[in-house]
Design a protein around this ligand. Structure first.
Ligand code: ADP
Length: 400
């Protein structure tokens, strides 16, 4: 079994990311992305043995064409026999799934039914599943849900201050996302601190284009900042995070916005991009601070970091003890400036950074960045694909 690899697929509306991973050795044989799908500019990028190729796709330029190209590529390189299963990232599992699940028609119907809670994600995840079933008819397919890890949250953390019927009858509640990432870095943090995950309590901050913070108590998610959808919580690249809900009525009733315009404003034009009026990319904003002392960039960063720090501090109400704060995601793994600004608001919680250790950790390095007189603060690169590969393999082996 150790030579077997899992094909991991993460399907977006116009993209399909994939990697071929050996879950035992963690070795990645192939990784890549098909982008601009459903347009005549669709192409596929594949890295295999340090060689990269970019190939235009052919009509109808869809997910199926991309996967067929991948199948041909695997055949050509004699890799097809090694693929033991396909693992899919599925964004919304609702209350139906707290574990990775073998995909059958019932599971596909449930994922489809949950599309009303995740209209931007679940339908495209299903497209990826259907395309993979056609491309690999003999392989088992497994769904790994972004929401699954957060299914351990208690009611007090996931019920909104709304009429209870909306939860009972319509499923309106906090679900949380980035679960695979929070689970992975919590597992690694527990290993680093020489304890089992079931004893680890702390806070994980996944800071990428999307950002979320998670309170973990004895290895389980007990609260998290994203909600019914990934729009909630801290400020993100282009998403607003939490706002006073009445702002939406104000935009519509007083300022004449349409519902679609509000949706676009909150999801695509807010966050770092909206405040900075510069970019959603943290590096651009950092450059403007460091090189130009740009006040708007500085304000943007302060707002971003303060909101994260406030969320971390509030989660002290959710956990029984504190072992570590963990940073991950493109920003959390690379930006010493953001880590500094987040942690400097947390000194009352006895969290302090060591400047040298903090500046030294980036580009995929893991390590501790706290000073000697502080509680633990770690940077741990996330690897959602590896978790999906491992959990897929485990499920397949359990069924054999
Ligand atoms: P996604 O949520 O799409 O997976 P990532 O986790 O890759 O995104 O994170 C993207 C973010 O990480 C961007 O805001 C980018 O600016 C930031 N980032 C990546 N590298 C660096 C770096 N060296 N310094 C600061 N920020 C970085």
């Amino acid at each position: 079994m150790s030579q077997q690899t899992v094909l991991v697929i993460n399907c977006g509306s116009s993209s399909l990311k994939f990697s071929l991973i050996n879950p035992s050795s963690t070795q990645v044989t192939i990784s890549g992305i098909a982008e601009r799908l459903l347009t005549s500019e669709a192409f596929i990028k594949i890295s295999c043995n340090n060689e990269k190729s970019v190939i235009p796709l052919t009509t109808p330029f869809d997910h199926q064409v991309a996967l067929q190209y991948l199948v041909d590529f695997l055949n050509k390189h004699g890799l097809t026999e090694q693929v033991s299963a396909v693992g899919h990232r599925v964004v919304h599992g609702g209350e139906s799934y707290s574990q990775p699940t073998l995909i059958d028609n019932n599971v596909k119907d449930t994922i489809n039914g949950l599309a009303q809670l995740a209209p931007l994600h679940n339908p495209v995840n299903l497209i990826g599943i259907t395309a993979a079933e056609q491309a690999f008819p003999d392989l088992k397919q497994v769904a790994v849900f972004d929401t699954a890890f957060h299914q351990s949250m208690p009611e007090k953390a996931f019920i909104y201050g709304l009429p209870y019927d909306l939860y009972k009858e319509q499923g309106i509640r906090r679900y949380g996302f980035h679960g695979t990432s929070h689970y992975f870095v919590a597992t690694k943090a527990a290993q680093a601190l020489n304890m089992p995950l079931s004893s680890f309590s702390g806070i994980t901050a996944h800071l990428g284009n999307g950002c979320s913070v998670c309170a973990i108590d004895n290895g389980e998610s007990v609260d998290t900042s994203m909600g019914l959808t990934p729009l909630a919580g801290v400020v993100m690249g282009t998403r607003s995070g939490d706002i006073d809900p009445s702002i939406i009525f104000h935009l519509i009733n007083q300022l004449g916005y349409s519902l679609d315009e509000v949706d676009t404003l909150l999801n695509k034009k807010s966050g770092l991009l909206g405040i900075s009026q510069m970019s959603n990319d943290c590096r651009t904003i950092e450059d403007a601070i460091i090189n130009d002392n740009n006040p708007q960039a500085n304000l943007t960063m302060d707002i971003f970091c303060y909101r994260i720090a406030k969320t971390i501090a509030s989660y002290m109400a959710a956990i029984s003890h504190f072992d570590a704060l963990v940073f991950t995601g493109g920003i959390g793994e690379n930006s010493d400036l953001i880590r500094t600004r987040v942690v400097r608001s947390l000194s009352l919680l006895n969290l302090k950074l060591d400047t040298d250790k903090n500046t030294d950790i980036r580009f995929g390095k893991a390590g501790s960045i706290n000073s000697d007189d502080s509680l633990a603060c770690l940077v741990i690169p996330t690897n959602e694909e590896l978790v999906i590969a491992m959990q897929t393999q485990q499920l397949i082996e359990q069924g054999e």
